[in-house]
Structures are given as structure tokens and as C-alpha cells.
Write a new protein. Structure first.
Length: 318
């Protein structure tokens, strides 16, 4: 894989390093349905196909296509699903660690005519990370890493969090997904102590915080994590950032420095500056995309606290 050599400025700011994609490689069964079945009802799928998926795989595959340095650290098990995954990885020239403990996971994804997806996950080895697995990871290579709520929620979630706790120089991008409410207060508190960049959609943000609006939800999560909240919308890409996040460049004072925890290299508070937090940019590829889609607003305006012991039920999560 050809990777351009990072320049001195990028290396100084921690850029040009690889991205560590931690999480799942799964088999997704995509089922087109006219509607979801009612309890006890049987319906016929109109069209179906199997594809390889999983958040870690998806992130690593995009980074591969961008020519960015990365490592796919998602376990492949032993079984029917694992065999499918191995074939798909070979076709793309991707590598992932293999273990014989159990099969890889799968996901039944029901897609309605309007595009709404309802998922039933068949958990596999990806939810059973072991801390010793990370001994093979050369932490100094990585500038940022990715983790998903599906894996963090599972029995192996503590192992994933512990790795990032042991290596705080690796900036964490956390995508809790529809399991945002299932991760639990204790694990979420440990994750927020690492000041991660959160990425979630409308339904997930509102469900987790119990907020009435996305603005309130973004402010509540940003207050807890002390970093950016990257909002993926409902089937669209849009960024809502309510915090001075790691990964932004300072454009307020002109120092050209890299901001952390709301202060730029000059030490000035800089909540209003804009930037980007894409993992590919931190890996030394691509250029800033400008200011489109970024909403303004004060973090401390009309905040609402994140619930510690559960969340409001919003929509359908299976």
C-alpha cells in the first residue's frame, strides 16, 4: 500500500500516523421488506443478499481506498460466518487477526421501502475481546483509533477501553450506534474520561440524553466527553460540533497550531474556531472540506445533563 510521507508539521501535530480500527467484521444479511412483521407474524423477504460489514471493517476499507495508513484490529473467528468474512477480506487485500474461540458475528438487517433499517444482531467473537490480544498492537504507530458501541457493550468491552486508557496519546473516535443505551454508565464514564470524539445520529443522540432537541442533546454529550460531537443525521451526513475538539486547527488567533481541550497552541481559549475531525485527515490524507454543515451555538446555553442510569426510548431499537 502506497502511503505518502507526512511532513514535519503533520508529525509535530501527531498527524501522519496510522488509524487503529477496533471492533467488528460481520456478515450482514440485507433483507428488503415491504414492512416489519408484527409479533408472531411471518412475512416474505422481497430481496436479500449477504455482504461483509461491521464498523471496524467499514472504516478500514475506506482508509484502504484513501491510501491512508491503518490497521484493522477486528477478530475473525472460526465457523460459517468467519469463512465468508475471510473470503471477502482476501478479495480486498485486507488482513485481520484470527482466533478459534467462536464464529464471527452476523446481522439481519431489514430494509423498508423508505430506507429505514431495523437490525437484529447475532453476536460473535467481536464482542469477546481479550486484553492480551492488544499485545500485538504497536501503539506508537497510531494517532487515533475507532471503537463501536456494539463491541464495547459486550463482555470484551472492558478490554477495548483498557487499551485506550493505557495509551491516551491515541485519540479515540467513539461511535456508540444503536446500542448507545446498552453500554452502561460505568463504561461510558470511562470512555468520556478519554475525551473522545462522539459520532452518532439523531435517534441515538435523543435516546441517550432524553433531550427534546438535537441542540440540547449535542450540548449534553459534549459536556460529558469534553470534545466534539459529530452528528450523522438520519440517513445523511451533517456535522454538529459543540466543543473545541482535538483535531481542529486554530483559526481564531492565527497561530496555526493544533487545538486541544478548547485551547490552541498559543494557550488562548478558542471555542469559536472551526475545523474537521476526520480520521483520514489525522492519518495524513485529504484536505479540509471547509465550513459546510457546521452549526454555531454556545455549549453552555440551556444544557441538559446526560442520564446516568438509562435513557428515553425513542424509535425502534432491536
Amino acid at each position: 500500500m502506497m502511503v505518502r510521507k507526512p511532513n514535519e508539521k503533520e508529525m509535530t501535530m501527531g498527524e501522519g500516523k496510522a488509524v487503529l480500527a477496533v471492533g467488528a467484521i460481520m456478515v450482514d444479511m440485507l433483507c428488503q421488506v415491504a414492512r416489519l412483521p408484527r409479533s408472531g407474524e411471518g412475512i416474505v423477504v422481497e430481496e436479500s443478499r449477504a455482504v461483509v460489514g461491521g464498523c471496524a471493517f467499514n472504516a478500514a476499507n475506506v482508509l484502504r481506498q484513501l491510501g491512508a495508513p491503518y490497521e484493522l484490529f477486528a477478530p475473525v473467528g472460526c465457523g460459517i460466518f468467519a469463512g465468508f468474512v475471510e473470503r471477502e477480506l482476501r478479495e480486498r487485500g485486507l488482513e485481520a487477526p484470527r482466533f478459534d474461540d467462536r464464529d464471527s458475528g452476523g446481522c439481519m438487517c431489514f430494509v423498508e421501502p423508505g430506507g429505514e433499517r431495523t437490525m437484529v444482531t447475532l453476536p460473535g467473537i467481536e464482542r469477546h475481546f481479550v486484553r492480551a490480544w492488544f499485545d500485538r498492537v504497536e501503539a506508537a504507530r497510531f494517532g487515533c483509533g475507532f471503537a463501536s458501541g456494539y463491541e464495547v457493550e459486550g463482555p470484551g468491552g472492558d478490554a477495548i477501553i483498557s487499551f485506550f486508557e493505557d495509551h491516551p496519546s491515541i485519540e479515540l473516535y467513539y461511535a456508540p450506534g444503536p446500542r448507545v443505551c446498552g453500554v452502561g454508565a460505568q463504561k461510558t464514564a470511562r470512555i468520556n474520561a478519554l475525551h473522545p470524539v462522539w459520532h452518532l445520529n439523531d435517534q441515538e443522540a435523543l435516546a441517550y440524553t432524553g433531550s427534546a432537541t438535537l441542540e440540547e442533546a449535542g450540548a449534553a454529550i459534549a459536556e460529558k466527553c469534553g470534545n466534539a460531537v459529530d452528528h450523522g443525521g438520519q440517513g445523511r451526513r451533517a456535522s454538529v460540533r459543540r466543543w473545541a475538539a482535538c483535531g481542529y486547527f486554530c483559526r481564531a488567533c492565527g497561530c496555526g497550531g493544533h487545538r486541544r481541550r478548547g485551547r490552541c497552541a498559543s494557550g488562548r481559549a478558542d471555542r469559536g474556531a472551526r475545523g474537521w475531525t476526520l480520521m483520514g485527515r489525522r492519518a495524513g490524507v485529504g484536505e479540509p472540506r471547509g465550513r459546510s454543515g457546521v452549526r454555531r451555538g454556545r455549549v453552555d446555553a440551556d444544557r441538559r445533563g446526560v442520564r446516568e442510569d438509562g435513557c428515553a426510548a425513542v424509535g425502534r431499537v432491536v
